[in-house]
Design a binder for this molecule. Structure first.
Ligand code: IPM
Ligand code: MG
Length: 369
């Protein structure tokens, strides 16, 4: 197997701390198995604004385009909050996604038994939660033109455009149907077709596409209803497919269900290199203190192994290692619920514990379920 070229953009806030732990887990795999990788780091987001006055410098773009996969921490923070438009760290993230054309963003919300105390919902509602949100990532209102704020005679007017070409809907739909084929074969398309024309088109295209996947049971739900059902009956979902902004909002809610935003990984996929990043942000309040939860980033590395390295066996192994560490009672602050068997740890100790488990599991040649 060839060496995976990994571009590491650790970004701002807790980004560098959590990516460092995820890389250590990859190091263990490289020592213990035939998997090999090499890394190259670049400034991105606020860090790149500081070093080169651009959140997504050309050198960074060249690096990611020449890589097999990108591991990303998080971007943004109070230091850059006053900046506007293209200078914002978040705009760098959107440009990166656009540049690599990663149109499909997979955000799996999986419930770990040992975290039942950390979820704000009752255990009977969350114990069977295991679904994936497939979010369209490079279209819709995030990228639509025209956009902006203009001065008018009566005051300023701000606008954005929610727009989808049917081909964009079809290509994200295909990823969602394929994802459902590999799971319970239940796909829920989430839209606002009762109010917005662009969303009516979304529903029509999804319905049309379902003819190609007769085995998948497709249903539709309005986004407001979906937000409600996510907190009243989240176990009903298998695969959700939705547009960019609805996916952004619903996936944060899906993460909270399972205990913490610090647990939600993501993979952003297109036809070239994939981007793997935790869904949480830069958490400026705890940055640099060694308190951040590295598990979402470690679980993103698991997705990287599955999707970019074509090593689902190793991805599964990392998932199992995370599960084992949680079962041992190790907790960062965000997933602690005060139960007796829990032991509070920092970022490094959590990362090292997962690395240790990965080593144990590779040693015992554990087969993945
Ligand atoms: C996410 C984030 C980003 C988004 C921001 C930081 C631009 O919230 O990945 O969910 O809205 O896509
Ligand atoms: Mg978000």
């Amino acid at each position: 197997m060839s060496t995976l070229k990994l571009a590491v953009l650790s970004g701002d806030g807790i980004g560098p701390e959590v990516t460092q732990e995820a890389l250590k887990v990859l190091d263990v795999l490289a020592q213990e198995t035939d998997f090999s990788f090499e890394t190259e780091h670049a400034d991105f987001g606020g860090a790149a604004i500081d070093s080169s006055n651009n959140p997504f410098p050309d050198s960074c773009e060249r690096l990611v385009k020449a890589s097999d996969a990108v591991l990303l921490g998080a971007v943004g923070g109070p230091k850059w909050d006053e900046l506007t438009g293209a200078m914002r760290p978040e705009r760098g993230l959107l440009s990166l996604r656009g540049s690599l054309e990663v149109y499909a963003n997979l955000r799996p919300a999986r419930f770990f038994d040992s975290l039942c105390g950390a979820s704000p919902l009752r255990p009977d509602l969350t114990s069977d939660v295991d679904f994936v949100t497939v979010r369209e990532l490079i279209g819709g209102i995030y990228f639509g033109e025209p956009r902006g704020i203009v001065e008018t005679d009566t005051g300023r007017v701000g606008s954005n455009t929610m727009i989808y070409h049917e081909d964009e809907i079809r290509r994200i739909g295909r990823v969602a149907f394929e994802t459902a084929m590999g799971r319970e074969k239940k796909l829920l398309s989430v839209d606002k077709a009762n109010v917005l024309e662009v969303q009516r088109l979304w529903r029509e295209v999804m319905t049309d596409l379902s003819k190609e996947y007769p085995e998948v049971e497709l249903s539709h739900m309005y986004v407001d209803n979906c937000a409600m059902q996510m907190v009243t009956n989240p176990a009903q979902f298998d695969v959700l497919v939705t547009g960019n902004i609805f996916g952004d909002i619903l996936s944060d809610a899906s993460a909270a269900l399972t205990g913490s935003l610090g647990m939600l990984p993501s993979a952003s996929l297109g036809d070239g290199p994939g981007i793997y990043e935790p869904v949480h942000g830069t958490a400026p309040d705890i940055a640099g203190q060694g308190k951040a939860n590295p598990l979402a980033t470690i679980l993103s590395v698991s997705m990287l192994l599955t999707h970019s390295a074509q090593r689902p066996d190793l991805g599964c192994l990392v998932d199992d290692a995370v599960e084992a560490v949680l079962a041992q009672g190790l907790r960062t602050g965000d997933i602690a619920s005060g139960e007796e068997h829990e032991r509070m740890v920092g970022t490094e100790e959590m990362g090292a514990a997962v690395g240790h488990q990965v080593k144990t599991l590779t040693g015992s040649r554990k087969e993945c379920a």
